[in-house]
Design a protein around this ligand. Structure first.
Ligand SMILES: Cc1cc2nc3c(=O)[nH]c(=O)nc-3n(C[C@H](O)[C@H](O)[C@H](O)COP(=O)(O)O)c2cc1C
Length: 258
């Protein structure tokens, strides 16, 4: 295995950090890696806010109380889907007048543009995560930033065509080996398809969770009964109050964008 694959293989989300700040070199390397990530049309349809102000971190914890580790995060990056920069550049560059001359409508960003900008933001975030990992710096995504759009919009002064997509915390792991065990993944055959999509059958659900549980080891409660396990997943994850707030918030984002 080459060193890059080794870093990817061993990564785990890390939520507890030492108080040691990241050096300037480490912070620069993380940002530089994000900027080197592939980007749609080479347009960099994203922005990154480096959250340094402790008062903002505390406010984020108030907004997402389950994510209290944010307050103690040595380096916190907010990844935004950003079409505002290009819309401003178009405005400064007489694009609307040029469209008029050409007899074509001047359009605003739409759903497809947003999807590309979200992809850009996430590709940049994951590249930053891997760069950090390669330097022994742990990280964790924080998707709660998709909740409470109105509060985050105000907190970060986000204009219309800038939406929060994800936040990533970085820091030196409090325990050098990080969490005890890696969390399992579903078996490859349930996640990859050849040439055409194949829906999962009822029998395969049992097999999928059986394999998953085998990987889980002693760290997790074995799913004695797959149906019950899946029902719990629905009730506590998919149908949680967290997800209902996230869906409300993202609907607001989409309304604003449109
Ligand atoms: C899009 C995305 C959102 C996530 N949001 C959160 C979050 O809000 N809080 C958190 O503690 N972990 C979050 N995580 C981390 C996952 O919980 C973690 O990746 C998963 O449990 C697998 O563990 P591992 O990363 O250690 O392999 C998120 C991960 C992703 C990819």
């Amino acid at each position: 295995m080459n060193p890059t694959l080794d870093v990817i293989e061993k990564r785990k989300s890390v939520r507890t950090y030492t108080a040691e700040p990241l050096t300037k070199e480490e912070r620069d390397a993380i940002l530089r890696a994000a900027f080197r990530a592939p980007t749609s049309g080479a347009m960099m349809l994203y922005s990154i806010i480096v959250i340094e102000d402790q008062a903002i971190k505390e406010r984020l914890v108030e907004i997402c109380p389950q994510q209290s580790f944010i307050a103690k995060t040595p380096y916190l990056l907010l990844f935004l889907a950003d079409y505002q920069r290009w819309m401003d550049i178009y405005a400064y560059s007489g694009v609307e007048a040029r469209c008029k001359e050409l007899g074509i409508p001047f359009r605003s960003p739409q759903a497809g543009d947003l999807m590309l900008a979200c992809s850009d933001a996430l590709v940049a975030a994951q590249t930053a995560v891997i760069a950090a990992e390669s330097m022994g710096i742990g990280s964790c995504y924080i998707s709660d930033i998709l909740k409470q759009y109105e509060l985050h919009q105000e907190l970060f002064a986000l204009p219309r065509y800038v939406l929060p997509i994800t936040m990533v915390s970085f820091g030196h792991p409090a325990s050098p080996k990080g969490p005890r065990k890696q969390l399992p993944r579903f078996g490859r055959r349930f996640i990859t398809h050849t040439d055409r999509y194949k829906r999962i059958s009822q029998e395969e659900v049992g097999e999928m969770f059986q394999l998953f549980e085998e990987q889980s080891g002693a760290d997790r409660q074995p799913a004695r009964d797959t149906e019950k396990f899946v029902q719990e997943n629905y009730l506590h994850k998919f149908n949680s109050t967290l997800m209902s707030e996230m869906n409300r918030s993202v609907n607001e984002m989409l309304k604003n964008w449109a």
